[in-house]
Design a protein around this ligand. Structure first.
Ligand code: ADP
Ligand code: MG
Ligand code: MG
Length: 255
């Protein structure tokens, strides 16, 4: 589904600031991947670059989605193909409800993919089913964008967006941050229900915590803009016990 090949990325406005230095990653449908690593290693940048964020420039390598390069596509076009990176609404928009915005996003993608669009009532029924996956009340649909969303609600809203938009490939960046243990279990349970054989999910996380509830098929450790090691879920356990230092030393020694 996704093939990242020798990806080099710098910051658009400062080409000397190299962030990704040759990332290779293959994600097949039906798989759950975890990308772990120390702060500042480039995890979020990788997800943003796959989603098409304009702050970054690809200087070398390629990103293929279902066999085609998506480098020239803008973020909307990538979303229409089925690539999802949870979006944080940038500002509070009084009067625009979560429901309105999500229905627009849903219908745009449905139109693009030749599926039926939903009218407000149909969408409401559809969205309410999805809310149950993450144990949220229907009132959440009527909330103004960002108005007083707590950290935990923002994270739940990301999973809700994913449930509604039903993307082929999802990047979930630090989904566990700001969640207490009960909310974490609920969110993880929602993700597990959304995951299926046709989708791929990539969890981006500094901590192993959420992986107690979501079992990844593959775990990758990013160090200084490269994937320094890949393995299975045992690798995440080892990182929890031993931290990242042993890999940082290995990565430095191989330079
Ligand atoms: P992680 O998610 O692993 O913590 P990031 O991908 O957020 O790491 O950041 C990797 C490095 O790239 C950091 O040093 C960060 O400061 C830098 N960086 C990321 N985005 C930008 C940007 N838009 N402008 C300048 N530097 C950036
Ligand atoms: Mg960071
Ligand atoms: Mg990050």
């Amino acid at each position: 589904m996704l093939e990242v090949k020798d990806l080099h990325v710098c910051v658009e406005e400062d080409p000397s600031e190299k962030i990704l230095k040759g990332v290779n990653l293959t994600i097949n449908k039906g798989e759950i991947h975890a990308i772990m690593g120390p702060n500042g290693s480039g995890k979020s940048t990788l997800s943003k670059v796959v989603a098409g964020h304009e702050a970054y420039e690809v200087t070398q390598g390629d990103i293929l989605f279902e066999g085609e390069s998506i480098l020239e596509l803008d973020p909307e076009e990538r979303a229409h193909l089925g690539v999802f990176l949870a979006f944080q609404y940038p500002v509070e928009v009084p009067g625009v409800t979560n429901k309105t915005l999500l229905r627009q996003a849903y219908n745009t993608i449905a139109q693009e993919q030749g599926r039926e669009e939903l009218d407000p009532l149909q969408f409401e029924d559809y969205a309410k089913e999805k809310l149950e996956l993450i144990d949220m009340k229907p009132e959440f649909l009527e909330r103004s964008i960002n108005a007083g969303f707590s950290g935990g609600e923002k994270k739940r809203n990301e999973i809700f967006q994913m449930a509604v938009l039903n993307p082929k490939l999802s990047f979930l960046d630090e989904t566990d941050s700001g969640l207490d243990i009960d909310a974490l279990k609920t969110v993880a349970n929602g993700i597990n229900q959304i995951a299926d054989e046709d989708k791929a999910i990539c969890m981006v996380t500094h901590y192993q915590r959420i992986l107690d509830y979501i079992t990844p098929d593959h775990v990758h450790v990013m160090i200084d803009g490269k994937i320094a090691k890949s393995g299975d879920k045992e690798l995440a356990v080892k990182l929890e016990e031993q931290g990242y230092d042993w890999l940082i030393d290995t990565a430095a020694a191989s330079v």
